[in-house]
Design a protein around this ligand. Sequence first.
Ligand code: ADP
Length: 332
Amino acid sequence: MFTKARLKLTGWYLLIIMCISITFSGVIYHMLSREVARFEQLQRFRIERRLGKSPPVPSLENSELLEETNKRILLMLIFVNAGILVMAGGFGYILAGRTLTPIKAMVDEQNQFISDASHELRTPITSLKSNLEVNLRDKNLSLSQAKILITQNIEDVNKLQSLTDGLLRLAQFHQPKSIMVLKKVFITEIVDEAINKVSSLAKMKQIELKKKIANIEISANKSGLIDVVVILLDNALKYSPNKNEILITSSIKDGYLDLSVKDFGSGIEKKDLPHIFDRFYRADTARTNSKTGGYGLGLSIAKKIIDAHHGTINVVSKYKEGSTFTVRLPLK
Ligand code: ADP
């Protein structure tokens, strides 16, 4: 498809260049042949005057010479145009390739996204469907058993909903950056709202969320940044043992605001660190999927949001000791 589009674009480039070149060649040919005729007439006048004869009558020899000169000009212009055609073809092909490369990358990325998303969606949908079918065929299913099964199914549907929500959020950032509206907002507001959203999980696991945040005003997309802090806090809670603590701190360095979320939980193995921001990456599939129900989308969404703020997100982690995620945002 890419080669076809490249050839088509090269064809269009060629058509435009050749139209311009042939038009100019026509004008040049017309002007040159007129100039040659004028020059020939002038020369003839001069010769006739010098010889003292009456006004000249064009001789057959002269008109043949003129025709010959015009033919030579035409031939030269045809050669020049053929050269332009070859050169424009080559350059056009290279240029078309360069023009289409970022588009191809975007299409490839989108195709990959669709294939990853459908793969991730198919597994839970298939298991939900077979579960429902098996239970439907069970003639001895009591009402209380059916209720338990429906409750389990609702849980599965909820998980699927969170997966589709995550996918939609991620897809949102494939669109132009203009959708990210930045406004002045206090960082404490963002952290407080994020803490509020994860408070039930924190309570359930008896984990204390300690914050030491300076009240700094930054230019940011409030809901986007709240999502990022929620993702980091949610992960810190998910991967920490009960009755633990999580620290949320801020500092200012070289015109940047650093916002950190530190936990003392499971930590991340060295081999996983370079991949945790990749879409659908889960460090330990067995552990993360069964216990925490994650789909490996949180950190990739967080990274996309921070990228749109021209910031960075990093992690320092020690396996079985804990992790510190730091978001760095420009103050201006
Ligand atoms: P998930 O929904 O699986 O948590 P994320 O994209 O948020 O997806 O995280 C990707 C992976 O990074 C997780 O599966 C987990 O293995 C690891 N991870 C993220 N945050 C932490 C943390 N605070 N402590 C330990 N591991 C973490």
